[in-house]
Design a protein around this ligand. Structure first.
Ligand code: ZN
Ligand code: ZN
Length: 345
């Protein structure tokens, strides 16, 4: 089968690989129909994710058809149309029983990281019953690819951890796919303001169409003053970091109001400064999280009911044969105006 393989920092190739086989009773083999590229894949390619060894097939998002199931799988059948969660969970270990699937003792974020991923014709999914979601008939596959990772990530790490509430004020730093997924799902709670901050004019224009109440160019030196002006001098109740670099995490520390939350979503590769000399008395919380995907069934229902349309995040479409072009397009988003690139397998 064809697969996109990581070969160490800065190196990847589309190659022929053996089709995966069932290795444990709980496994399923899924024939991919659609997958996508994540900002996290770019972090891997930068060398930020040491658990991902050269030779790994990348990708942790996708939908497909169950091709084979292990002897221990009873809740799925061959031919089922399924959504692949970026998080693999056994459903039984202590962390899974706490709803913290991201730290499953035999799972977590392993797909396209510690085990081969979804940017391929087929993928092996361990703990298939608790890591795949059957797709209700009639739902649009393209929209559902956004539910593998970015929607639950924006919602759980940004909106839920950020305690977004009716009437609250929110700043989302970073208007890439994750920031925009956060913007879409924050609106479930009717915050009074959602201020989107980014360097990229196109992404800010998209954010405005997606419901941002204000858009700010983060290259301007007065961005903190602008947020203060929009919030009566207070700052925001939730400052959500959706980039993953020190400067944006530090900006969140300048934006958060007393009593507020800094909710980190970004994948950070290097340390960032924490200004406790200013924040120690501000009654703030700082949260971090790897998405648990515990909200995936709920998000599926909101998409099914038309409450949100994540398909709006898709800007480009490619075939698996063109995956190298898809990476180039995604990696140069400022020039290509790419948000999510969909890959048909
Ligand atoms: Zn992802
Ligand atoms: Zn587990």
């Amino acid at each position: 089968m064809k697969a996109l393989v990581y070969h160490g920092p800065g190196r990847k190739a589309l190659e022929e690989r053996p089709k995966p086989a069932l290795t444990a009773p709980g496994d399923a083999i899924v024939k991919l129909t659609r997958t996508t590229i994540c900002g996290t894949d770019l972090h891997i390619l930068k060398g930020d994710v040491p658990t991902c060894a050269p030779g790994r097939i990348l990708g942790h998002e996708g939908v497909g058809i169950v091709e084979a199931i292990g002897a221990g799988v009873s809740g799925l059948a061959v031919g089922d149309h399924v959504l692949i969660s970026c998080i693999t969970s056994c459903g039984r270990c202590e962390n899974c029983r706490r709803g913290m699937y991201s730290h499953c003792e035999t799972g977590g974020w392993i797909l396209g990281n510690a085990i081969d991923g979804t940017q391929a014709e087929y993928v092996r999914i361990p703990h298939a019953e608790t890591s795949l979601y059957r797709i209700p008939a009639g739902l649009d596959e393209e929209a559902l690819v956004m539910l593998s990772d970015i929607l639950p990530t924006g919602f759980e790490c940004g909106v839920l951890n950020g305690k977004v509430a009716p009437g609250s004020t929110v700043a989302i730093v970073g208007a890439g796919p994750i920031g925009l997924a956060t913007l879409l799902t924050a609106q479930f709670y009717s915050p009074a303001q959602i201020i989107m901050i980014d360097l990229d004019d196109h992404r800010l224009a998209v954010a405005q169409r997606f419901g941002a109440t204000a858009i700010l160019d983060s290259s301007r030196s007065d961005v903190v003053d602008q947020v203060k002006a929009l919030t009566g001098g207070r700052g925001v109740d939730a400052a959500i970091e959706a980039v993953g670099v020190p400067a944006t995490f530090e900006l969140c520390q300048d934006l958060v109001a007393p009593g507020g939350v800094i909710a980190n979503i970004g994948v950070h590769g290097i340390k960032a400064d924490l200004h406790l000399e200013r924040l120690w008395s501000a009654n703030i919380s700082i949260t971090t999280r790897l998405v648990d995907t515990v909200t995936t069934p709920m998000l599926l229902k909101t998409v099914q009911a038309g409450k949100i349309d994540p398909k709006r995040l898709i800007t480009h479409r490619f075939k698996l044969d063109e995956v190298m072009d898809a990476y180039a397009t995604f990696a140069e988003a400022a020039r290509t105006e790419a948000l999510k690139v969909l890959i048909e397998v």
